[in-house]
Design a protein around this ligand. Structure first.
Ligand SMILES: [Zn+2]
Length: 304
C-alpha cells in the first residue's frame, strides 16, 4: 500500500445530483502517478478542477469545488471512496455541475472502483504527516487532528431523535475497514424539513432511494444498514472532505457535531500553515539483523 494507485480501466455511472436535481453522467478514468484527483467538465470544453483545498467553494449541505467560476458540487462521497480504497490518481469526467447522489452512500463508487480494478504505480506515496495538533471550534462544534503514525477518525454526533441520540464511531482507516464499516452508510434527512429545504432549492434530487428518510420519531424507508448508520455517514463525509488535503493523512482526527464547513475549515487551516505538517514518503526499508523488511515512514525533502 506504499505505492500510488490508480484504476485499471474506465468505469461510468449516471444519476442525479442531490442538491441540483441535475442529471449527470460520470466517468472515472485512470491517471498518471502524481496527478491526484482531477474533475473534468466535459460539458465545458473539458475544463479541469483539481480536488484540492485551494479550490473549495461554498460549503453548506455538501462540499463544492470552484475554479474560475466552474463548479463541481457534492464531491465528498466519491473522494471518500477514493481515499478508502487507496486510489491516489484519477480523472473524473462529468457532464454537469454535480456528482450523482446514487444511493446516498459511497458503496456504488466502491463497486465501480472494484469493477475497474486497482493498479499499483511506480511512484511512492507521499503522506501529509501532522507535526502539531490542529483544533477548530465553532460554538459546540469541534474538529481536530493530532499527530499519529496512522490515519484514524473518531466522530460523535448528537441529534435529538429516538433513532440517533448520541452516537460515536471510531475507525482506523484501511481499505478493509472502509469497505466493511463505512462505505455503505447513507446520508439522511428529516421528512419535516423536506419542504423547507426543497423551497430553498437544496434537495431537488432527493428521493427515498438516495437517503435515509427520518420522520419525527422513526424511519420511513428502513431498515438501516448499520444501527449507527448516521454517525458512520459523518465519518464517510469527513474522509471525503479531508481528501482535499491532496495527499493521504497521517493523523488522528476527532470530530464532534462537525459538518462540511468545519471539515473544510480544518483542511484550509492545515494547508495554510506548513509548520503544522511535513511531507512524508513511504518506503520499504530492510531492517537490520534478519528481522525482515518493515514499513517505515521517512521524511522526504519538501517540494515547493
Ligand atoms: Zn454525505
Amino acid at each position: 500500500m506504499n505505492h500510488e494507485q490508480t484504476i485499471r480501466s474506465a468505469v461510468e455511472t449516471s444519476g442525479v445530483g442531490l442538491h441540483s436535481g441535475a442529471p449527470v453522467k460520470l466517468r472515472i478514468l485512470p491517471a498518471a502517478a502524481g496527478t491526484g484527483v482531477v474533475f473534468r467538465r466535459v460539458d465545458l470544453d473539458g475544463f479541469e478542477v483539481e480536488a484540492v483545498g485551494r479550490n473549495v467553494a461554498r460549503v453548506s449541505y455538501a462540499t463544492s469545488l470552484m475554479k474560475k467560476g466552474v463548479l463541481i458540487s457534492t464531491t465528498e462521497h466519491l473522494l471518500s471512496a477514493f481515499t478508502g480504497m487507496g486510489v491516489d490518481n484519477a480523472i473524473v469526467e462529468l457532464d454537469n455541475l454535480e456528482l450523482p447522489i446514487l444511493d446516498g452512500s459511497a458503496q456504488p463508487y466502491v463497486e465501480m472502483i472494484r469493477a475497474a480494478g486497482l493498479k499499483r504505480q511506480r511512484r511512492l506515496r507521499s503522506y501529509l504527516r501532522l507535526r502539531k495538533e490542529v483544533e477548530v471550534r465553532e460554538g459546540d462544534k469541534f474538529i481536530a487532528v493530532y499527530p499519529a503514525q496512522e490515519y484514524s477518525v473518531a466522530y460523535s454526533i448528537n441529534f435529538p431523535h429516538p433513532l440517533i441520540g448520541k452516537e460515536t464511531f471510531e475507525v482506523k482507516l484501511s481499505a478493509e475497514s472502509y469497505c466493511r464499516e463505512i462505505a455503505a452508510a447513507r446520508t439522511f434527512g428529516f421528512r419535516h424539513e423536506e419542504q423547507a429545504m426543497r423551497n430553498m432549492g437544496l434537495i431537488r434530487g432527493a428521493s427515498s432511494e438516495s437517503c435515509i428518510v427520518l420522520t419525527r420519531d422513526g424511519l420511513e424507508n428502513g431498515p438501516l444498514r448499520y444501527p449507527d448508520e448516521f454517525v458512520r455517514h459523518k465519518v464517510l463525509d469527513l474522509i471525503g472532505d479531508l481528501a482535499l488535503l491532496g495527499r493521504r493523512l497521517l493523523g488522528r482526527v476527532v470530530a464532534d457535531r462537525a459538518g462540511h464547513a468545519l471539515h473544510t475549515a480544518l483542511v484550509s487551516r492545515i494547508l495554510r500553515d506548513h509548520s503544522l505538517w511535513e511531507e512524508a514518503a513511504s518506503e520499504e526499508v530492510a531492517s537490520p539483523a534478519g528481522e525482515g523488511p518493515e514499513k517505515r515512514v521517512g521524511t522526504a525533502p519538501a517540494v515547493p
